[in-house]
Design a binder for this molecule. Sequence first.
Ligand SMILES: Nc1ncnc2c1ncn2[C@@H]1O[C@H](COP(=O)(O)OP(=O)(O)OP(=O)(O)O)[C@@H](O)[C@H]1O
Length: 496
Amino acid sequence: MPLIFDIQNAIENNLSNNAFFINEKYYTYQEYSQIISNIRKSIKKISSDENFNVGLVTNDDIETYASIIALWLEGKTYVPLNPEFPKSRNQNIINQSHIKTILDSSSNAVFNSGMSSILTKQLPNCEIDLTPIQFSENTNAYILFTSGTTGTPKGVPITFDNLSNFINAFNKLCPNINSKDRFLQMFELTFDMSVVSYLAPLLGGACVYTIPKNKIKYSHIFEMMEDYKLTITIMVPSIINYLRPYFDEINCPDVRFNLFAGEALYLDVLEEWQKCLPNATIVNSYGPTETTIICTSYHFSNSKKNKTHNGIVCIGKDMENTLSIVVGDDEKELAVGETGELCISGKQVTPGYWENDERNEASFFYKNYNDENIRFYRTGDACFKDEDGDFLYVGRVDFQAKIQGYRVELSEIEFQVKSYLNKINAVCVAITNDLNNTEIGLVIESEDIQTTPLLSFLKTKLPQYMIPTQIKFIHQFPLNSNGKIDRNKLRTLFNK
Ligand SMILES: Nc1ncnc2c1ncn2[C@@H]1O[C@H](COP(=O)(O)OP(=O)(O)OP(=O)(O)O)[C@@H](O)[C@H]1O
């Protein structure tokens, strides 16, 4: 059955249960369905010959989450616009996706230049109507504009078909989501981890607990986990690095499932974190936006030897309906243990970047695989496969530095630095010096480290060309809007 009918059924079957806890207020599925219907009525006037893409200002309220479903019931695509992003970036997204209508729940509309803006707050109540119109599963459910290292955001459309395949695979990983579950939703709607954090609970009749934007202090997250006895938590690993000093105070026996994704997860911190969630299944998962949130997964267990590479937890095996391979420069599949670029195919892969032929040409390719012509997405991630078929993450292909002709894995240097620093975080970046040579820069998240003994230690572990030549100290690593360590910002520390 198409995903949109599952959403309709889930809402209609759970009317008396709580759907959301937002800004200290609960909303039942009944209230949610009323707000969805009110918004839906007001967007009916969007002409059907208009582009499917509708801008959605991502405010922190029930109307924003209701707008998503209202748009979907009408077969439209949401394009999130974060009011906290620079105006020029949002304008670029609006122009690229030809948005003519914007849904906004705040009356001081930020994006009203030359397009119709529909205010979604305090609309009059109308008859509840959650029956979707008929539309193709190839319709885009959302388009996310990822930051894009070139400076121009690139649009990643994800279809309803992509999304329903993802949901099926996710439900295998985290089974039996039901009305007793309480989910943490701590992501900006411009980041795809938000989609699993609101959609998986909605489909199970569970309640979504959002963290108010003005309270995204890391201490608040675990207070919420404890106070509201959250049962399912989805996180980026940087969060537990921040929570690390408080681990002794955290005890969340109600968490039954804890998923990590989005960046490298380190085993040492995970082993400590696990004690805070004594009853949780902990999964490390991996996936670029282009393959719909996550597409590989690995179960952590404290009763086995967990697989790692340079301290980074294994990203595991393909989830259902995904096929990943590691290829060399000539797109030939590499043997077990050989590092190359991870390429992904399957039902979760985006149909392609939004109106970007050049990028599509570079990022997707067809390959004959087991007598089938299959379309693969190049992830830009360096990985290798082990003899059990598990993938191990090595680093970004573009973070691999070439130094004096040697290919250097920055994650290997980070691993050694961290093993010396013990619980202090460190990031290596490739920097270009005045003579246009590549060097290794090291940023340490502390202001109290002696460099001489650290360098002496590194010299016993690494060849000379891998020893960092510049070291900076910083009180706290900057995070980007997705909550990941902002490596680009760290790189700028070396420009001075
Ligand atoms: N479990 C994981 N371990 C290591 N890295 C991960 C993991 N999960 C995701 N990643 C990293 O995150 C990337 C996907 O994140 P996302 O699609 O948000 O793009 P981004 O590279 O962070 O940013 P952007 O494309 O916006 O510049 C992956 O390509 C990989 O580099």
